[in-house]
Design a protein around this ligand. Structure first.
Ligand code: FDP
Length: 416
């Protein structure tokens, strides 16, 4: 406990205290309403079209020396003026990932394992000490990047608006420490993030009683479909720390060189295999799944599938690790709906959508079984969805098998 208190003391001057609502400068044509806040059509949506030739590939092929993430970002910004602000933002995130990586690596010897004062988060899940710390580290890094308008985190019940002196017009959604139930066993964990452009600027008057209304209005910025993401990434804390990033022009992997303290480009333009031979599902849910999911998994186990190959099973139970392996080796990862998690388990906004974006950028696909993950407009910040993602041929086959089962259900008039 000493460890976490000490670190929280260090961070104390920078902690956000809820309600963390601050005024933000309006940009044009404001019209106040009775709730004491103003919703503005914000900055013109900038169509982010990074240079078609992958900067990462160019750099990797032209240089013998390692390419740092910072160098890559500066190069992207040089070639794509509209991405200049992204440099500060991603730099903030990479700093947070280094800090979280260091805390995760030392957790056993600095008393940072275990739960945090018996607290549970908004979802009723036990909060680990490192869940709390990682959330603070990432929030502060983002706030002080000076590029943020709104921040939404798995560990916060409502989104946070950034005070005027630090504000910008990006919206970042994140899960600060995904897979944290694996932490105490030393298994891989990760940070997932997605970046949108702000759609509505919120001019907030500082009337305490109006805060809920303001939050409600500004929340809209975080409820954008994944197709509107302009960047996404994850950091995996494992035998090495890797940051996989996409700014809309391929997914690229940077590995933390701990000797120099920098992420260096190790895989430019990652390509998921067209088909894999690994499935990654929590099979203990088998009897709670739909018939279609059961049938699909049965086929993979028997080799009674399109590739006539028996698949192997791998399931870490830490989404970042399972998705990372799927990106590299191919195959299929899924957390479908089941009788307990009727709407799915994984969170659409800060887990499914950023991962779907990265997988699509690497040539893969992500679906609920009925619709593309990236096409879904979230209804609430912590909404859950079924998720199945992976190699394009595997997802196509999954959709055929699952789709047939849905047709059969409808033909038999079985209700969901
Ligand atoms: P965790 O609860 O440890 O944070 O999003 C939550 C998540 O982990 C994912 O990382 C992981 O894929 C999934 O839950 C594991 O759920 P099960 O334990 O039900 O398999």
């Amino acid at each position: 406990m000493q460890g976490i208190n000490f670190i929280l003391q260090l961070h104390k001057p920078f902690l956000f205290h809820k309600p963390a609502i601050f005024s933000q400068k309006a940009v044009s044509g404001n019209s106040n309403n009775k709730h004491g806040y103003t919703l503005l059509p914000a900055y013109r949506m900038v169509a982010v079209q990074p240079n078609k030739v992958s900067v990462a590939e160019q750099l990797l092929s032209s240089q013998a020396t390692p390419i740092s993430l910072t160098r890559y970002l500066l190069e992207v910004a040089k070639q794509n003026k509209e991405l200049e602000d992204m440099v500060g933002l991603i730099n903030g995130i990479q700093f947070a990932c280094k800090k979280i990586s260091s805390m995760v690596g030392k957790a056993g010897v600095t008393d940072l394992m275990g739960s945090y004062q018996g607290l549970v988060n908004f979802h009723g899940e036990e909060q680990k000490k490192l869940d709390v710390l990682s959330n603070e580290v990432l929030k502060n890094a983002l706030k002080f990047s000076g590029k943020m308008a709104v921040i939404a985190s798995e560990e916060e019940d409502v989104p946070i608006m950034v005070e005027e002196s630090y504000s910008g017009n990006y919206v970042v959604v994140f899960d600060p420490l995904d897979g944290s139930s694996n932490l105490d066993a030393g298994l891989p964990t990760g940070t997932i993030f997605g970046v949108f452009q702000q759609q509505f600027a919120c001019l907030v008057r500082e009337f305490e009683e109006q805060i809920d209304q303001v939050e409600l209005a500004c929340l809209q910025n975080t409820l954008q479909p994944g197709r509107r993401l302009i960047a996404a990434g994850y950091c995996i804390y494992s035998s090495s720390t890797m940051l996989v990033l996409s700014l809309g022009n391929g997914s690229h992997c940077f590995t933390l060189d701990t000797e120099v303290g920098e992420f260096v480009l190790t895989r430019a333009n990652m390509k998921i295999p067209q088909r894999g031979h690994i499935y990654s599902f929590n099979e203990s849910n088998y009897y709670q799944w739909d018939k279609g999911i059961q049938e699909y998994i049965e086929r993979l186990k028997k080799g009674n599938n399109q590739s006539a190959t028996r698949y192997s099973s791998r399931y870490v139970g830490s989404m970042v690790a399972d998705v990372h392996r799927t990106l590299l080796y191919g195959g299929i990862f899924g957390y479908p709906a089941d009788q307990k998690n009727v709407g799915g388990k994984l969170r659409l906004v800060y887990e499914c959508a950023p991962m779907a974006y990265l997988v699509e950028q690497a040539g893969g696909k992500a679906t609920t079984g009925r619709e593309d993950i990236l096409d879904i407009t979230p209804k609430s910040i912590h909404e859950r969805k079924p998720l199945v993602l992976g190699s394009p041929d595997d997802i196509e086959e999954f959709l055929q098998v699952y789709g047939m089962s849905l047709v059969n259900r409808e033909a038999m008039h079985i209700e969901e």
